[in-house]
Design a binder for this molecule. Structure first.
Ligand code: UDX
Length: 451
């Protein structure tokens, strides 16, 4: 039987890119727009599909796709990206064709992940507005807008001696923060192209908020000349349904309940970043020596050469005892909202950053790739809510950073600022706040915009 909500007059098709950090914010946006009265169809590949049980109000559309992915390696390979975008076209067309025949409902928009750019062309063929959801920050998009200029000026071929210099017109970013791989410019150029093509979309949605990224948002609006809705943190506004691909170990919440307020360091590198065995050992010793309680997510397969935690130093678990807990995957939003958590050692994926800022949790930043260095720079330099711990990790530096962030007097200002930024977020999602208004504007746009 057809679901009741399928008879709502306005349907939105949301096209997911099959990585955790991309799927989560799109599903969150779907929940918000569902609560605004739209029917939601989630179009997804067979790789990393969302779990329909967690989203009973959505309708799901499988885009059968035979790509053999190398996606779980951070930045997707160009050939995979192109293959997904090619394979998914026909099934989306077929779906929109069927929708045309429905008299009681119309597709008001196709909202697609920036990496699922095929959807814009398909929507355009059907004269349906297409909107891009960018799951990373506005500052990150701004760097891609600046790359053609930097490329033309020859600034992207820079000496190591320039790594710490500021990039002209991209303050506060340094050359080392730019999301370019000097060895693999092909990916950079492809992503630059994808962003450039967003210009022909009807609008952009960015999981951010004005008070955090005023300047990058202003510059993007000038550049794109289409509406840009800063609606974030999506994690803060959307329903609590799980969007995790891996099973969340809820038992860690009971352990957190036994810890003192603001004492625990939470450690997670998101869904893609990897460690090697040496790094795992340095982290372990750093944690032991810091004497601070910790909750550590070690994703299975995330330590090269190990299945899970086999390469931890002998006796580590016994030594730490009740003071530490290692899990495979945590209910991160719940963890960060827990009163026992006093700091987050993060790889600086944008979702993690937004989730941490939303709860006023200060951060230790160990970025690895893609947008993470840009995010880390904003955390440590612009919002000043975190410490940088970059390069080869060493137990002494780790110990000092943890002590400083969670307990030391040196970290007092950082901890205080984290609370102040959280309060700004609290205000932005209330009636009249920037995110609240942007969501209203987006709803209005979707109900009235025609192409
Ligand atoms: C990737 C990129 O790394 C990121 O920089 C980009 O902006 C989006 O794609 P990822 O590396 O997975 O994402 O990091 P992040 O953006 O932080 O997303 C991870 C998500 O997994 C977060 O929503 C986080 O709450 C969740 N998570 C992580 C869990 O629920 N449990 C965990 O144990 C770890």
């Amino acid at each position: 039987m057809e679901k009741q909500e399928d008879r709502r007059p306005h349907r939105l098709v949301l096209v997911l890119f099959p990585l955790q950090g991309h799927t989560t914010p799109m599903l969150q946006l779907g929940s918000l727009l569902y609560s605004r009265g739209f029917s939601i169809t989630i179009a997804h590949t067979s790789f990393n599909p969302p779990n329909p049980i967690n989203h009973p109000h959505f309708h799901f559309l499988l885009l059968p796709d035979k790509t053999h992915y190398s996606l779980n390696s951070g930045t997707p390979k160009i050939k995979d990206l192109e293959s997904i975008n090619l394979n998914c076209q026909a099934p989306l067309k077929e779906f929109l064709e069927l929708q045309k025949q429905r008299t009681y409902s119309q597709v008001a928009g196709v909202i697609h992940d920036s990496l699922m750019y095929f959807a814009a062309a398909v929507a355009n063929d059907y004269k349906i507005p297409s909107l891009v959801l960018r799951t990373s920050s506005a500052a990150f998009a701004q760097t891609y807008v600046a790359l053609p200029r930097l490329l033309a000026e020859g600034s992207l071929v820079f000496e190591d001696s320039m790594l710490h210099e500021l990039v002209p017109q991209l303050n506060p970013l340094r050359f080392k923060d730019l999301p370019v791989s000097r060895e693999n410019m092909e990916v950079t150029l492809k992503l630059m192209d994808i962003l450039r093509n967003s210009k022909s979309s009807s609008a952009l949605i960015i999981n951010t908020l004005d008070c955090f990224e005023q300047l990058p948002l202003f510059q993007l609006r000038q550049h794109f000349q289409v509406p840009i809705f800063g609606i974030g943190p999506l994690s803060r506004m959307a329903s609590a349904s799980s969007t995790s691909f891996l099973e969340e170990e809820a038992s860690c919440i009971a352990w957190l309940n036994t810890q003192a307020p603001k004492s625990v360091l939470y450690i997670s590198k998101g869904s893609l970043a990897m460690s090697d065995e040496k790094e795992l050992r340095e982290i372990a010793w750093g944690l032991v020596n810091s004497e601070q309680p910790f909750l550590w997510v070690v994703r299975p397969g995330s330590v090269s050469g190990s299945d899970w935690t086999e390469s931890l130093p002998q006796g580590f678990i016994e030594h730490v005892g009740e003071r530490g807990l290692i899990v495979k995957w945590a209910p991160q939003k719940e963890v960060l909202a827990h009163c026992a958590v006093g700091g987050f050692w993060t790889h600086c994926g944008w979702n993690s950053v937004m989730e941490s800022l939303s709860e006023g949790v200060p951060m230790i930043c160990s970025p690895q790739f893609f947008d993470q260095k840009v995010n880390a720079r904003y955390i440590t330099h612009t919002w000043k809510v975190g410490l940088e711990l970059e390069g080869e990790l060493e137990r002494g530096d780790i110990e000092r950073s943890i002590r400083k962030l969670v307990a030391g007097t040196e970290g007092v200002e950082i901890r205080q600022r984290a609370i102040e930024w959280k309060q700004m977020i609290d205000v932005s999602i209330l009636e009249g706040g920037s995110t609240y208004n942007a969501l209203n504007d987006l709803t209005e746009f979707l109900l009235t915009n025609k192409i």
